[in-house]
Structure formats: structure tokens, C-alpha cells
Design a protein around this ligand. Structure first.
Ligand code: 5AD
Ligand code: FES
Length: 369
């Protein structure tokens, strides 16, 4: 068998290589994998970590994904919507504080008033985040689920000409049985699965930078499944990845399905991030907030394993508690801890710098353009 060091020097990986790397548990081996991913990131992507200030503007949702704390049937949850003014103010705050980019996330809805609301928000944010420091205004990532192509096209058009629009739509898992088990909404899973792939293609057609990803450590998920996820990201030629560990949610409907222990789950998630860096090379990879639900320095560990994006939560404090997709979500207390300063220190300690006042498009996206 190849030595681990030989394997880590490769530029192409077989499925067997990927599965071997994902399954590393010996601390010295894991450290070698981490180092290879971190160094490749420095070489291909540079030493900047970019912020996307995330605004969770509504927890209303028409879907019932079983892992998710804000699913439709969670009756215990008080629902909220931010107003256009609140949302735009959040984005303007982000731009004034040198964030080059914001992310708008909410539960999934397709009604016209929702679509039009998002359109108005995009227009306002693009107009009101221009300044001397950010002459082109903020770039915007949407994370609003599956929509028809016309809706994607309207949202894209609302931003104007610039290449500033991104969309995150996680596949969640490419294993069709697990996908079906997670999404009980009554439609045949082949159809649901195919429509997710179509949506990712439509986003590209509509002119978005496209991101996908999934959850790591789902009940029943194997290393071969995670390898298949990586192959899927590769085939879809995505620009960005958002992936994190699956965390139990009391508002969800999976309380009695098996969970990995925290330590092994965190290691598996970190291995997955590192292997994605090695295989997908120049894409943007986010250090998911869910990492921090497992360890206080979870997101820094993500940076150390090849992530170059962090999404600080800039949702107004009073509603944060009502957007708990999973338990133990960090930074949701009423105390206005300053995530911005706190995070910058954390990033410096990982040998990285913050890419203030930049859009931070992925090198992959720039190359494919
Ligand atoms: N654990 C981890 N991630 C979750 N998400 C939703 N619920 C959970 C959970 N219990 C993720 C999904 C979704 C994203 C917005 O949040 O992957 O796409
Ligand atoms: Fe929120 Fe540190 S990142 S307080």
C-alpha cells in the first residue's frame, strides 16, 4: 500500500484513496492530512479568509426536513419575519463594518410575496452598500432553497450586471435512500433528487456562482457515501462548498436515530473538509457554524483544515434563538458579544488574515469565467 505521504502528494485521487483519507483516525495521520489541506489552500487560494455576514430573515418554512429545527411541523416555535428595513439595515451594517459580502437565509417558500420581497431586498442592498471602501457594493449569497428557474432569474436580475450573486443549495446527501428518509414530504425520492440537481443547473444558467454541500455523519451514512458526495461536487463543477456535521435538533424529528459521538464526528467532518480541499482544489469552502456546536474552536479547526470562508451571524439578536436549525448553536445569546472582533483574533491565530472589503469570489469561479 502507498504511504500516506505519497498519497497526500497526489493531485488525483481514486475512490479508494478518498475513502482511506476520510477514515483516518490516528492523530498523527489526521495531522498530516490537515497540513496537506492547509498548505494546498495557502498555495492555490491564498491566506485570506472571507466573511459572509449571514442574516436569517425568516423561520417560516413550507418543508418538513426531519433533521431541521425550523421544519413546518415544529409547532413549539414562534415564527418571525424581518422587515425589509431590518434586513437591509443588517446588510448596510455589515458593509460599514468592512464585510464585502452578506448571505440571506430563510426557510423555504415559493409564494409571490416572498419572491418579490427578496427581489426588493437585493435591489436595496445593492444600492445601499456602495461606499468608498466598497465601490461596487456588497456581494450577496442567497440560501433560499429550490426555486423555479424564473425565480432564480428574477433574483439574479435584481442585482444588476455585476458578478456579485451567489447561491447556496446543499444537496444534503447523494445517497438516495438517506435523502428520502430525511425528506418525508410525500414526493417520490427519485423526483426530489432529480429536482435538486436540476435546481443546481438552473442556478448556473441564471448566472449565479453556485455552492452546494451536505451534512456529515448522518445516520446510516458511510465513508463511501461521503466519497460519492465529493464526486458529485466534482461533477457539478461547483464554485463553493458549505458542509458541516449533522447535529441533533430537538425541534427535528430524528431524536431516536443513531448519532456519532462528538469527538469522532468532529474528526470525520474535519477530514471531509480537508479531503474536499485536496480533491476540489480551488473552490471556496466554508467553515460551517455547526462545527462550533461540537467544539468551541470548531470553525478555527475548519480553517486549519482548508476552509477559507466564515459566515458570522449578523441576524438581529432578539430573533436568533428562533432560528435554531440544530441544538447548541453558538453566538445566539442576548449578550451582544462582538463576533467580528472575536473572530478576527481566532483567524489570526490560525495564520490567516481577514479579506475585509472584498467579495472574495472563489478562484474556481474566476478560472471558469
Ligand atoms: N445539523 C446540521 N446541519 C443542519 N442543517 C439543517 N439542520 C441541521 C442539523 N440538524 C443544515 C442543512 C441546510 C442548512 C441550511 O443547514 O444542511 O441545508
Ligand atoms: Fe460569535 Fe466569537 S464568533 S462571539
Amino acid at each position: 500500500m502507498k504511504t500516506l505521504d505519497d498519497l497526500l502528494r497526489q493531485e488525483r485521487f481514486s475512490d479508494a484513496d478518498i475513502i482511506r483519507l476520510l477514515g483516518l483516525t490516528d492523530p498523527e495521520d489526521c495531522e498530516r492530512l490537515r497540513r496537506a489541506a492547509y498548505d494546498l489552500t495557502t498555495r492555490l487560494v491564498g491566506d485570506l479568509v472571507h466573511y459572509r455576514g449571514i442574516i436569517e430573515f425568516s423561520n417560516r418554512c413550507t418543508l418538513n426536513c426531519r433533521y431541521c429545527g425550523i421544519r413546518r411541523d415544529n409547532r413549539a416555535l414562534e415564527r418571525y419575519d424581518l422587515s425589509l428595513e431590518q434586513l437591509v439595515e443588517g446588510a448596510v451594517w455589515a458593509a460599514e463594518n468592512n464585510y464585502g459580502s452578506v448571505c440571506l437565509q430563510a426557510g423555504e417558500r415559493r409564494d409571490e410575496s416572498f419572491v418579490a420581497f427578496v427581489e426588493d431586498c437585493i435591489r436595496e442592498i445593492r444600492a445601499r452598500t456602495r461606499s468608498e471602501r466598497l465601490p461596487e457594493g456588497a456581494s450577496i449569497t442567497l440560501s433560499l432553497g429550490e426555486q423555479p428557474l424564473e425565480t432564480y432569474a428574477r433574483w439574479r436580475a435584481a442585482a444588476g450586471e455585476a458578478d456579485c450573486m451567489r447561491y447556496l443549495l446543499r444537496m444534503e446527501t447523494t445517497n438516495p435512500e438517506i435523502f428520502a428518509r430525511l425528506h418525508p414530504d410525500g414526493f417520490a425520492h427519485e423526483k426530489a433528487y432529480a429536482s435538486r440537481i436540476q435546481a443546481l443547473r438552473d442556478l448556473r444558467t441564471a448566472g449565479f456562482q453556485v455552492g452546494t454541500g451536505g451534512m456529515i455523519g448522518l445516520p446510516g451514512q458511510t465513508l463511501a457515501d461521503l466519497c460519492a458526495d465529493i464526486r458529485f461536487y466534482q461533477r457539478m463543477d461547483v464554485d463553493m462548498l458549505g458542509m458541516g456535521p449533522y447535529i441533533l435538533s430537538r425541534g427535528g424529528d430524528m431524536l431516536d436515530e443513531g448519532m456519532l459521538e462528538q469527538g469522532p464526528l468532529l474528526q470525520l467532518a474535519l477530514n471531509m473538509l480537508a479531503v474536499c480541499r485536496l480533491v476540489l482544489r480551488d473552490v471556496n469552502i466554508a467553515a460551517a457554524t455547526a462545527l462550533q456546536a461540537l467544539a468551541e474552536d470548531g470553525r478555527e479547526q475548519g480553517i486549519a483544515h482548508g476552509c477559507n470562508i466564515i459566515m458570522p451571524n449578523i441576524t438581529p439578536r432578539p430573533v436568533r434563538k428562533r432560528y435554531q436549525l440544530y441544538d447548541n448553536k453558538p453566538c445566539i445569546d442576548e449578550e451582544p458579544t462582538d463576533c467580528r472582533a472575536c473572530l478576527e483574533g481566532r483567524i489570526h491565530r490560525m495564520g490567516r488574515r481577514v479579506g475585509w472589503n472584498q467579495w472574495g469570489c472563489s478562484s474556481h469561479f474566476r478560472r471558469r469565467m
